[in-house]
Design a protein around this ligand. Sequence first.
Ligand code: NAD
Length: 493
Amino acid sequence: MPEIKKYKMFIDGEWVDSESRKTFQSLNPENNEPWAEVPEADEKDVDRAVNAAQIAFEGAWSKLFPRERAKYLKAIADQLRENAELLGKIETIDTGKLFKETKTQANYIAEYYDYYAGLADKVEGTVLPIDKPNMQVITTRVPIGVVAAIIPWNSQMLLTAVKLAPALAMGNTVVIKSSELAPATLFEFAKLIEKVGVPRGVVNIVSGFGEPCGRALTSHKLVERVAFTGGPETARHIIRNSADNLSQVSLELGGKSPVTVFEDADQENALNGITAGIFGASGQSCIAGSRLYIQNSIYDSFLEKIVTRANKIKLGPPMDSETQMGPLSSLKQLEIIEKNIKLTIDQGGKLRCGGKRHAMSNKGYYFPPTVIECDNHNLPTAENELFGPVLSVMKFNDENEVINKMNDNQYGLSSGVYTKNINRGLRVSNAIRAGITFVNTYRLISPSAPFGGMKDSGYGKEAGIESIKDYTRIKTTWFNTSDKPMDDPFTMG
Ligand code: NAD
């Protein structure tokens, strides 16, 4: 049995165990074996981290010049680039995500820190055209305070960057809770935070479960802002928790993103986009394009091409550069997928490929690319977020019909349209109630492109210029420019 790697939490600039000394293990999805052990935080540890963050906030951090804070963000970016290989490796062992993707992502995520470093000194206030004599009124953007960042197990470096970078740039301090399913990468990241000399308490990273750690953090009285990414059920807890501290909440939740292929689409391009959308990262992406609508006239032939492509995808160990799909992150995930596939087949869904655990599943959680034809999109695989490589395929006749079908789901995160007719691309994009639409492409991110959903996919946007303002509050200051005393103090001016 290989040696278990032991991590400590990063609180107030120190590496600490939980006060209770409790720990838990993280499993490697490739072989279902424990490989790392991390502290299990409870209320006391959370309290310590939040207090450290509050002291750091009131101390120097919020008072630094924005460009001084930006220097730290740039230094974090440099460290990410230098350590992308190590971070990628740890994330791959912890989550099963392909090393070629985790390494590339760790490197690219540096751009997010650079982006927000550049924005740090560009958030301006206003002078108001006020309707009162002798008054000069200004607004300024001030930091909020302690931010709680709740991170899921997937794409954690990215989902940390889009919260941490704007929060720090604007002068807030942060307590990050890693996912219990994959806690290790963020502790490797904490080593980089320490290395660049971010003042103690400004960034704190704790590990634990939703209960009590996540609850204690999101309801802590000193937390003013909660940035959450995860599933909708957890989001409901977060909102209830925020009733205790009246914190400002943003929610990046799941999706059941629809993709449509019109008869005039460039089919080779659509095939690549669909493959990226549902089989990239083994379908474990919040923007996975998991509902596919194909126009009637090309339905049979195009579906055949998808099935042929899916059957060629190479499953294997996630560190192997030849592998195209690695294991799923957890057994629970695999079981949810199997259950939904069974229910769908029971209700008339036609399995075209995949659908059963892969032979490698005896050790790890491997699941093959799966394509299911569904007569209607209310069948379980076509309706529920599965977080796996399962594509549900439906037919449509015309544009209006497909728009209605695409919108007929509780989620509204992402969507895709394949057509050579740019007018139609625009019309469909405008009509889809989703935070993101990809036209003739899929699964792209950028620091300058806002990311987030509508409907049950949550609210608040991450990345892009606007999101930095979500880490500030507007403060209004009135200056009396008159040398005379105030008028009647008993009437409001
Ligand atoms: P999850 O909701 O189970 O867990 C997310 C985080 O919330 C974890 O750190 C967990 O410990 C914490 N948590 C659980 N209960 C809590 C509570 N009561 N109070 C506070 N925190 C609590 O999600 P997951 O399984 O880790 O991730 C998968 C989900 O995340 C999917 O639904 C996926 O679509 C979504 N996701 C969304 C985006 C996006 O940007 N929209 C990105 C990635 C993942």
